[in-house]
Design a protein around this ligand. Structure first.
Ligand SMILES: [Zn+2]
Length: 274
């Protein structure tokens, strides 16, 4: 059994998962302006009296090793050492294995290993949410890598909302950029959004040659009934940009529930059995 956590900007999900990545029990804790120590204290209450062999955290970013980077938007968390925080709160026991990943990294593992997308080797996962993040997983080499600032690749069209770039993927296609709110209606993407999505995915594909490119996150969930149609429209736009130049990746919608927790458990299983 593994203790797995998904540390987001406004919530912490704590859980216990088995070696197959199945979530046995989980709890969502809303977080606000508390200090990291206070948040970990709440998490520790969940794990009191529970038995597990390793601890894994999928965290918002950016990360620098097992610390939050000094540039993270959450001020109180800047430079915070997650592994030390886990140890101090008593969640991580002495000598216990601990893995810390960025959320998208755990998510790409979940989709590659548990998503039933088919027989592919190199997977990309992009979360289209408040922001846009991307990560890659090579199944054959068991090699995981974060897509660095892949969420900020330049795209055509009107200026977006990124503070650093006039026109980038996150600044034009994220939930923040399109002011997507849960309305109860299925989101209808604009022609411009489809072209920007296709351009960004294609640009990333040119440099990575992924076999399967999976989309998830709040904006993709918000498409509802329009998900498959949207996927086909992005695929068509990519085909037009590509002009038969290289083989395009299979485009897919994320399939795994609680994928950060499930992916973290899958990663811990791979790291602790060698
Ligand atoms: Zn940007």
């Amino acid at each position: 059994m593994f203790a797995v956590m998904d540390l987001g900007g406004t919530k912490l999900e704590v859980g216990l998962a088995d070696e197959a990545g199945k979530i046995i029990e989980s709890l969502r804790i809303a977080t606000g302006e508390e200090s990291p120590e206070e948040v970990f204290e709440k998490a520790a209450a969940f794990y009191t009296g529970k038995t597990y062999e390793a601890v894994g955290v999928a965290s918002f970013g950016p990360l620098a090793g097992h610390c939050l980077s000094k540039t993270t938007p959450k001020r109180l968390w800047r430079g915070f050492d997650l592994q030390q925080g886990l140890a101090q709160s008593g969640i991580l026991k002495p000598e216990m294995p601990c893995e810390i990943l960025q959320d998208v990294q755990a998510e790409v593992i979940a989709e590659a290993k548990l998503g039933n997308h088919g027989d592919f080797n190199l997977y990309a996962y992009a979360t289209i949410s408040t922001g846009i993040g991307v990560a890659f997983y090579d199944v054959e080499r068991n090699y995981l890598f974060r897509g660095a600032e892949g969420g900020h690749v330049p795209v055509p069209g009107n200026p977006g909302k990124c503070e650093s770039h006039k026109n980038c993927w996150e600044g034009t296609c994220s939930g923040t950029a399109i002011a997507a709110k849960p309305t109860g209606h299925d989101l209808e993407p604009t022609t411009q959004w489809l072209l920007q999505m296709a351009t960004a995915i294609y640009t990333i594909h040119l440099t990575t040659n992924t076999d399967c490119f999976i989309l998830g996150g709040g904006v993709i969930d918000g498409l509802g009934q329009n998900q498959q149609k949207t996927l086909q429209q992005i695929q068509q736009a990519m085909t037009q940009i590509n002009h038969n130049y290289i083989q395009l990746p299979a485009l897919r919608i994320s399939q795994v529930k609680s994928r950060a927790l499930a992916g973290m458990a899958t990663w811990l299983q791979m790291r602790t059995t060698r």
